[in-house]
Design a protein around this ligand. Structure first.
Ligand code: CA
Ligand code: CA
Ligand code: CA
Ligand code: CA
Length: 409
């Protein structure tokens, strides 16, 4: 491109590079080689060559091409049908040499504008290169810093890992006696409850026997049972002789110990005392009313992996609620004795240490992972796009907000 200010004499509509084929001292060979004609048939406004090459400067050939030199701007070819068609196609006006159209030579102005554009582009490219260089340098520096930081963290991870390992061992060591002591405590409490329940049941059964043994001869007869229609077994609302005998294990009567061992367990749910004071509600089997117990089990189970905070809460609850609520409520597990409590406290202290060590190890590992990821990302051949890392751009339209984030992981 650029400007060719020198006008060279050549047939009209022929480019400088094709000029060699148009030698006025020789016959003209059509450019496609199809025909040879005398040179005076070139540009004689009559189409001789199939490829139109004998009429570069007229519109005689429909497939011909006219070349504008456009000095000061850039040369172009136009279809020869546009030669002398009254419309200015070439900025140097050469296509309209015989049409009467008033064309102005605008090549110099167009060339100037183009050069200005190009200069602007070149300036921008230079600025861009400088910026790119800056980004590359920053990226290299950032990369080196990240590598150094990563190196540091990898070393730190090693010591954090051994800290966690040693605390885990300590924790397990402290949790073993803790669990044993807690189990013993729980077992003792459960045994005590069992014994209390058995004693209570024995007392109730004796009271029931005494009440049902109407003639107080120490023997409960089927006859004496009959008034207890609540013991009815076939649903007819009354207790028959036969039903009474079945309750008494097929006998006519039972003594007090047989009653307590074998009869009472069958009837105690149905039995209603006839004395005015209703019997106290029976102690239910199981531990539904003792919220502390499931927690205990939970504690022991997940003591191993430590990680969660619930552990701590449960233990705190044990300490604070057990002594307060225990009055009158035999279902509440009594507070731990001093020795057990000391074991729990000791284990808890190690658990806390272990957990905070685990937490900082995890933080180190997370940071390492992120750094490694960031280092491994492709930021261009020289890292020139690393400044885009994590940068987001938003475009709000009337309905949506488009958010574009670069290279985020
Ligand atoms: Ca011709
Ligand atoms: Ca024209
Ligand atoms: Ca009796
Ligand atoms: Ca019945």
């Amino acid at each position: 491109m650029g400007c060719r200010a020198v006008e060279v004499k050549s047939p009209r509509g022929v480019s400088l590079s094709n000029r060699v084929f148009y030698d006025e001292t020789k016959p003209f060979t059509c450019l496609d080689g199809s025909k040879v004609i005398p040179f005076d048939q070139v540009n004689d406004d009559y189409c001789d060559c199939k490829d139109g090459s004998d009429e570069p400067g007229t519109s005689a050939c429909s497939n011909g091409n006219f070349h504008c030199t456009n000095a000061g701007y850039r040369p172009i070819y136009i279809p020869s049908s546009r030669v002398n068609d009254g419309i200015c196609d070439c900025c140097d006006t050469t296509d309209e040499y015989n049409s009467g159209a008033h064309c102005q030579n605008t090549c110099r102005e167009m060339g100037r504008k183009e050069r200005e554009e190009l200069q602007k582009k070149a300036e921008m490219a230079r600025e861009g290169m400088l910026l790119k260089q800056k980004y590359i340098e920053e990226s290299q520096k950032g990369r080196e810093e990240k590598q150094a930081r990563l190196q540091e963290l990898v070393e730190k991870r090693q010591s954090a890992q051994s800290e966690v390992d040693s605390l885990r061992a300590k924790k397990e060591e402290a949790e073993k006696p803790e669990k044993e002591a807690k189990d013993v405590h729980k077992k003792e409490w459960e045994d005590r409850r069992e014994a209390e329940k058995a004693a209570f049941e024995k007392k109730r059964s004796l009271e029931a026997f005494t009440e049902m043994d109407e003639d107080s001869d120490g023997i409960l007869s089927a006859q004496e049972l009959l008034s207890h229609s609540e013991l009815d077994s076939n649903g007819d609302g009354s207790l028959s002789d036969q039903e009474a005998q079945e309750l008494l294990l097929g006998s006519q009567s039972v003594d007090v110990s047989t009653f307590q061992d074998s009869v009472w367990p069958q009837i105690k749910e149905k039995y209603k005392s006839k004395s005015e004071a209703p019997s106290p509600p029976p102690i239910e089997e199981g531990t539904e009313s003792h919220p502390e117990i499931p927690h205990e089990d939970g504690d022991d189970d997940d003591g191993e992996d430590g990680g969660d905070d619930e552990d701590d809460d449960d233990l705190d609850e044990d300490h604070s609620t057990a002594p307060g609520k225990s009055q009158g409520e035999e279902s509440e597990m009594p507070p731990y004795d001093d020795t057990t409590q000391k074991l729990i406290d000791a284990a808890e202290a190690v658990r806390n240490d272990y957990e905070s060590a685990s937490k900082s190890l995890k933080e180190i590992e997370d940071t390492i992972r992120n750094l490694e990821k960031e280092i491994s990302l492709d930021f261009g051949p020289q890292g020139e796009f690393s400044y885009l890392y994590g940068q987001c751009y938003e475009l709000s339209t009337s309905e949506y907000i488009y958010r574009l984030c670069h290279l985020t992981v």
